[in-house]
Write a protein that binds this ligand. Structure first.
Ligand code: SF4
Length: 278
């Protein structure tokens, strides 16, 4: 879709490499978009997802992320200018097309990324638009920029899919390039507001599978009281080719996919503290 919304917003898999889709958008237009939320930058747009929130979901994947997770499956989402510019109006028009189907399938709209809160004004206005259409809303976030949302804005989101990468602060920093504190603060805030949270945890053999680390994360999550489920996401190599194409230094070439027994052990650790884990 172009700035004036005359091109179809296509459904594409987030696993497709997408670059430079905002080439030609001026710096001042990007600045204005970020300030107002009149326009967003989307990497891709998929329908029919059953893993990104309750029921069947329409998912918009935003471009832009300031983290650098060594296992990131979509490093082409790091740069906002790789996303396609989409006006808010056009995005809401697209949502409206799906509202009846989403309702029938007990689903809704999920904003994922990248990190959607890099474009917090666009995210907030999109959620309000979805809510006005009676569509259930979910935000998939690493939580680091959660303080950009006011309590009223948080109220426009039905469920937060909170990606927790690692418990140990030093290892979190090494894994993501950022500190864990703001994510934990956001998790506590969501707990105080009793906002439903689905916790997501990417399980990478030899990197994020430390038993003690997971036990501590599980205890923290159980103590929050608002974590409805935990999704343990087994690491895979589907994003490897993107690192290569983008000339990035991928350090996980030799890491195998997470085996079923490790996934089971991890799920059991969350279950042991009373959480539902899948
Ligand atoms: S937070 Fe998500 S999009 Fe950002 S680097 Fe990490 S895995 Fe990739």
């Amino acid at each position: 879709m172009s700035l004036d919304g005359d091109v179809q917003l296509e459904s594409k898999s987030p696993f497709e490499l997408r670059v430079n889709l905002s080439k030609g958008v001026s710096e001042s237009a990007v600045k204005r978009a970020l300030e107002t939320g009149d326009m967003g930058f989307l990497h891709s747009f998929t329908t029919g997802s059953t893993v990104d929130g309750p029921g069947v979901r329409l998912v918009a994947w935003t471009a832009g992320c300031h983290w650098r997770c060594v296992y990131c499956h979509n490093p082409d989402t790091w740069n906002m200018m790789n996303g396609m510019p989409v006006t808010l109006e056009r995005a809401i028009e697209e949502l409206a097309k799906y509202r009846h189907g989403l309702k029938i399938m007990s689903g809704g709209f999920t904003l994922s990324g990248g990190e959607p809160l890099m474009q917090d004004r666009f995210a907030v206005r999109l959620f309000s638009g979805a809510r006005a259409l009676g569509i259930h809303t979910a935000l998939d976030t690493n939580g680091h920029l959660g303080s950009r949302l006011s309590d009223e804005e948080l109220d426009q989101i039905d469920v937060v899919l909170l990606d927790m990468k690692m418990w140990d602060p030093a290892r979190h920093q090494n894994l993501t390039g950022k500190e864990v504190g703001p994510t934990l603060d956001f998790a506590r805030r969501l707990s105080r507001r009793n906002k439903a949270v689905w916790l997501r945890y990417v399980l990478v053999p030899g990197l994020t599978d430390d038993e003690n680390d997971i036990n501590q994360l599980a205890a923290f999550a159980a103590g929050l009281g608002n974590v409805k489920r935990v999704d343990v996401l087994p690491f895979h190599q589907m994003g490897r080719y993107k690192w290569k194409e983008l000339n990035l230094n991928y350090t996980l070439n030799d890491v195998p996919p997470a085996p079923p027994e490790l996934v089971k052990r991890t799920c059991d650790q969350f279950r042991a503290v009373g959480l539902k884990a899948f």
